[in-house]
Design a protein around this ligand. Structure first.
Ligand code: NAD
Length: 299
């Protein structure tokens, strides 16, 4: 299948690589020259613009930071046309970015007006899952859009869920990430408390992993440097899932809660913690660096 892939960051890069490995004809575009070079080395072709990359594409996949980028790409900005005005044929559009459900619905409705199928398909599983091809995709869209997207997503992920109509994938993803933000900050808090009371962080981690405090952040993404060799914490919090992106997702959860008049006290706490951490200059570090908010000594 000829697939256009736009957005080759920490997640999009390995996702596009897996599409190449699965035998698809992948053409890529990113604002970063280096990101495109990496994909070219992996066997993809590249294009000089988003418009050029989608020529003759059967599927368009986007993996961008936030809603403004996604709306700018598809709907246009500053008077420039968006992709929906330049696409031809009958491509399926899959946006895998995490954005507000209303932004997905806006882009989905504009796509439908022009006769294009659109699904939102945010992901869970982190950079490790993107590299291993074991991501979970949480799809919002019609049954037909879901069935068309599934074989493409299966080359990048293990669990492909159909959450409901357009935007439903984002709602489920935002709920998941609100819980993840709570779990990561809670894990960091518990580790700091133990260490400040004389425990070895590796020993405490093992105890909690095998006990009722076990959770995804602790079990596979330990925020304390040196405890888990492959976790971003052991690599100066480089790569992974940026604090800025977690703060964005917790903000999306807050907006969602305002709209539905829901009560999210733990999510609000987590949003404030990650927003403070980002404001302190840590926005480009992996979100597990929230551990530094709790540590007295520097690592
Ligand atoms: P990233 O910042 O590493 O990558 C974003 C990429 O998009 C960059 O390479 C950037 O150059 C490119 N880009 C931005 N605007 C562009 C445009 N107009 N045209 C072309 N390229 C453009 O972000 P990421 O970590 O890969 O995350 C992408 C999305 O996935 C976000 O919505 C994030 O919330 C979500 N997500 C991330 C993770 C994670 O662990 N990193 C996990 C799940 C979901």
């Amino acid at each position: 299948m000829r697939i256009a892939f736009i957005g080759l960051g920490n997640m999009g890069g390995p996702m596009a690589t897996n599409l190449v490995k699965a035998g698809h004809d992948v053409c890529v575009f990113d604002l970063s020259e280096q990101a495109m070079q990496t994909l070219e080395d992996a066997g993809a072709s590249r294009a000089a613009s988003a418009e050029a990359v989608t020529q003759e594409a059967e599927v368009v996949v986007s993996m961008l930071p936030a809603g403004a980028h996604v709306k700018g790409l598809y709907l246009g900005k500053d008077g420039a046309p968006g992709l929906l005005d330049t696409l031809s044929g009958n491509p399926l559009i899959i946006d895998a970015s995490t954005i507000a459900p209303d932004d997905s619905r806006t882009v989905g409705a504009a796509a439908a007006e022009r006769g294009f199928a659109f699904v939102d398909a945010p992901v869970s599983g982190g950079v490790g899952g993107a590299v291993a091809g074991t991501l979970s995709f949480i799809v919002g869209g019609s049954d037909e859009g879901f069935e068309r997207a599934k074989p493409v997503l299966e080359a990048m992920g293990k669990n492909i869920f159909h959450a409901g109509e357009t935007g439903a994938g984002q709602v489920a993803k935002i709920c998941n990430n609100m819980l993840l933000g709570i779990l990561m900050s809670g894990t960091a808090e518990a580790l700091a408390l133990g260490v400040e009371n004389g425990l070895d962080p590796a020993v405490l981690s093992e105890v909690m992993k095998q006990s009722s405090g076990g959770n995804w952040a602790l079990n596979g993404y330990n925020p304390w440097p040196g405890v888990m060799e492959k976790a971003p914490a052991s690599n100066g919090y480089q790569g992974g899932f940026h604090t800025d992106l977690m703060a964005k997702d917790l903000g999306l959860a807050w907006e969602l809660a305002l709209g539905s008049k829901s009560t999210v006290p733990m999510g609000s706490q987590a949003r404030n913690l990650f927003a403070l951490h980002a404001a302190n200059g840590n926005g480009g570090l992996d979100f597990s660096s929230i551990q530094r908010l709790y540590r007295r000594d520097e690592d």
